[in-house]
Design a protein around this ligand. Structure first.
Ligand code: ADP
Ligand code: UVW
Ligand code: MG
Length: 402
């Protein structure tokens, strides 16, 4: 079965085409700068024999629709195309960030499911609208395919009630669904399963640390999420590229009451102008890292604050789990930024976390163990693969459907 997976973000779109059950990737790609000048598509083809091919195109893509149409052109291109016809795609798996309380599992997309995804727009304003457009375009481009939604929130539906409820009047939960949902579930689930297999311990107590543009952590025991750092929307918890993470809500009252902000301006401030962008003037960790190396003080503080917040959650989740077998770093920053990992892990030897500096600084593909030999807790770097996890979940759903 050919499954095309779409992971659309606010200004970018990642995709991969897999053949299952072999889990063979046929091609993958990234469309960046959608809606800005000079959008870029990087498209990789993995032939059964021979070298991988990379095509890079710079063009103007006003929206996700235009981006996906260009991707379809590459998929069916006479020279490098993988498909003769779009109908060779039997299913399209969509990453949908917010599924609310309605979706605890992977779901076939129906008009009702689309209405629910739309209803949740205000709760994930950077994500659900882009996910929705991805679905609408895929329905046109691959009209014969089953459209399937895989929700970021689903993996965290196992949180105990005392972890997912806020100390607010009960009716706000019962009538309005105000509670912790948690996000990046597909990634936390994928790396937690990889870590448990690596440790040969299905019951492992794990802290998974997903550091991409959005950042979140999960406490996982026996493959089940028991707590997570994001909340009602993908804004709480860690410091992110442009999002503040945890702040005292009194700041919001001050912004509104004393500084004249309205709700939309507060949302814009906390979602789009805060985090590393607010602290260091840049949201991309590679740029901040270069600034830090050049001695920029704002970049230095931003790194310290970013790592300190992660460290506090490690302490909290070690307590939640009553012990710890491994800390797992993943996603763009978690997989690549050795300094972040070093700052997070320093002075955690009381918890049994002892990083090996040389292993931490060395790069290699696949799972890496970067702790000292005698460290009681393993520190692992595990590349995430949300697209593969989505494809697996689609196949599982579709093969048990009839
Ligand atoms: N080699 C690297 N060193 C440090 N940071 C990196 C590196 N490669 C990617 N990143 C960072 O990873 C982040 C993006 O991560 P990614 O998981 O792709 O995010 P998302 O899926 O949310 O777009 C960016 O901040 C980027 O700078
Ligand atoms: C939920 C979320 O924050 O996703 P991303 O990291 O892709 O922005
Ligand atoms: Mg991501």
């Amino acid at each position: 079965m050919n499954i095309f997976v779409i992971n659309s973000g606010s200004s970018s779109l990642k995709y991969q085409l897999f053949r299952l059950p072999a889990e063979q990737p046929l091609c993958s790609g990234l469309v960046e700068r959608i809606g800005l000048d000079n959008s870029v598509i990087t498209h990789k083809v993995f032939p059964a024999v021979g070298e991988e091919q990379v095509v890079r195109r710079t063009l103007d893509l006003p929206d996700h629709r235009a981006g996906l149409r260009e991707v379809l052109q590459l998929l069916t291109d006479a020279e490098i195309g993988i498909l003769q016809d779009p109908n060779e795609v039997e299913a399209v798996g969509h990453r949908v960030v917010h599924g609310g309380e309605s979706f605890a599992a992977t779901t076939i997309i129906t008009p009702e499911v689309k209405r629910e995804i739309k209803r949740l727009f205000p709760l994930a304003p950077l994500h659900n609208p882009a996910n929705y457009v991805g679905i609408e375009v895929a329905e046109q481009i691959f009209p014969q395919a089953q459209q399937v939604a895989v929700f970021d929130t689903a993996f965290h539906q196992t949180l105990p009630e005392y972890a997912y409820r806020y100390a607010l009047p009960e009716e706000l939960y019962r009538e309005q669904g105000i509670r912790v949902y948690g996000f990046h579930g597909t990634s936390h689930k994928y790396v937690a399963a990889q870590a448990a297999a690596y440790l040969s311990n299905p019951q492992a107590r794990l802290i998974t640390v997903h550091l991409g543009n959005g950042c979140s952590m999960a406490a996982v025991r026996g493959g089940v999420s028991v707590d997570t750092s994001m909340g009602f929307g993908p804004l709480a918890g860690l410091v992110m590229g442009t999002r503040s993470g945890d702040i005292d809500p009194s700041v919001i009252f001050h912004l509104i009451g004393q500084l004249g902000y309205d709700a939309e301006q507060v949302s814009n401030l906390l979602n789009k102008r805060s985090g590393m962008l607010g602290l260091a003037g840049n949201s991309d960790m590679r740029d901040i890292s270069r600034a830090l190396e050049a001695g920029d003080e704002r970049a230095t503080l931003a790194y310290e604050l970013y790592a300190y917040r992660i460290k506090k959650y490690i302490g909290a989740y070690a307590a939640v789990l009553n012990g710890l077998d491994a800390v797992v770093f993943t996603a763009g920053v978690g997989e690549n930024d050795a300094l972040v990992r070093r700052l997070v892990c320093q002075e955690l030897d009381f918890l049994g976390i002892e990083l090996d500096e040389a292993k931490n600084a060395t790069r290699s593909p696949g799972i890496r163990e970067i702790n000292q030999k005698e460290s009681r807790v393993k520190v692992l770097v595990i590349p995430t693969n949300e697209e593969l996890e989505i494809a697996r979940q689609c196949e599982e759903l579709l093969s048990t459907k009839d």
